[in-house]
Design a protein around this ligand. Sequence first.
Ligand code: ZN
Ligand code: ZN
Length: 407
Amino acid sequence: MKKSVEKMSARKILFIMLDGIGGLPVKNGKTEWEITATPNLDKLARKGVYGLMYPIHMGVIPGSDTSQLNILGYPPYKFYPGRGPLEALGAEIEIQNNDIAFRANFATVDKKFNVIDRRAGRIGTREASKLAKCIEKIKIDGIEFIFKNTVEHRGAVIARGKGLSAEIEDTDPHATGVPIVQPRITTKNAKLVRAINKYTAKVHKLLQAHPINAKRRMPANALLLRGAGKMKNVEKFEKRFGMSACCIAGAALYKGITKYIGMDVIHVKGATGTYDSDLNAKAKTALRMLKKYEFVYLHVKALDNAGHDGSTAKRQYMIRKIDKMVGKLMNEDAVIVITGDHSTPVCKRAHSFEPVPFIVSNVEARNYGLSKFCEVQARKGELGLFNGEHALRIAMAYAGRTRKYGE
Ligand code: ZN
Ligand code: ZN
């Protein structure tokens, strides 16, 4: 009896993750959030509690993957499997426990395997998909390599065989004008490294001969591998936190992260993970999924892209677009969380360690006088300054999903 009462008071959570949310001053000492009108977010923030969050820890520059795992209740120090497996899951490659997974890029190389362009002239998804067909499955020395492309030049590779080690360097030199790296051989990884070197050569041969590449100024004639990792068995989100959960995202990595922790991934037509992503379609899907799931994770990517592109105008464009999306969601009877996984200030064109705003809205809250949703005013609230490992518990507390400690 007691249990059912508890269950009834528990509310649903809509968790909106704005990738690269935080910025630094861009105009008159103010950030993009401070100088861009966000009527819906302001209203929502005033109906909630707020603070600033260090996504991982103070002084740590977060990757999107480690940060989002942390915020979702899976500390990366323990649960991070490396970027490879998360990309491969997002690419919908079926991974087995002993597979080694890599993140992969189509690239352009010359005859001596010197990298000319790490993104093969930013090849489009359609052409990349056609090229991918000729290198889908390749077997070398008893190791099977499976490749799948995702968006544009991106994709994932898994190596399947007996006794393979994930301790292996990237073949991606992370620079141009230098050759593809032949990873250092150790006692553990010799078998895989030898096979990978042959694989790189074989892939080059097959891609170089492909008719699509004959027409390209920057032929996509090589694959660069990085972020090797192995799957880990993790407790599913629903079991760990008692909430059925799904993810709505455009880009492969975020689908991979949430799939890794056992969430259902909902595909939305028009959700691209870039500036043109259909946030209206994502909002509609989120509303539908809130009827079915207790926890809906809605990820928006392109604010981060704008930071990497060093464009304040694009960040403002995304902020306005996000505010409109929030307008379609804010009246839903759910606890709404709005936060991000790190800052991506335009002046750095990269992720940075500054804390990010965190609001929990549609809840009973004290009024600390916030008038604008932004990094600076978020600090006024009672959540103060905290680390990402507390994020989910805070959200659950406001949703009536935590229990009393002691009597
Ligand atoms: Zn991110
Ligand atoms: Zn980023």
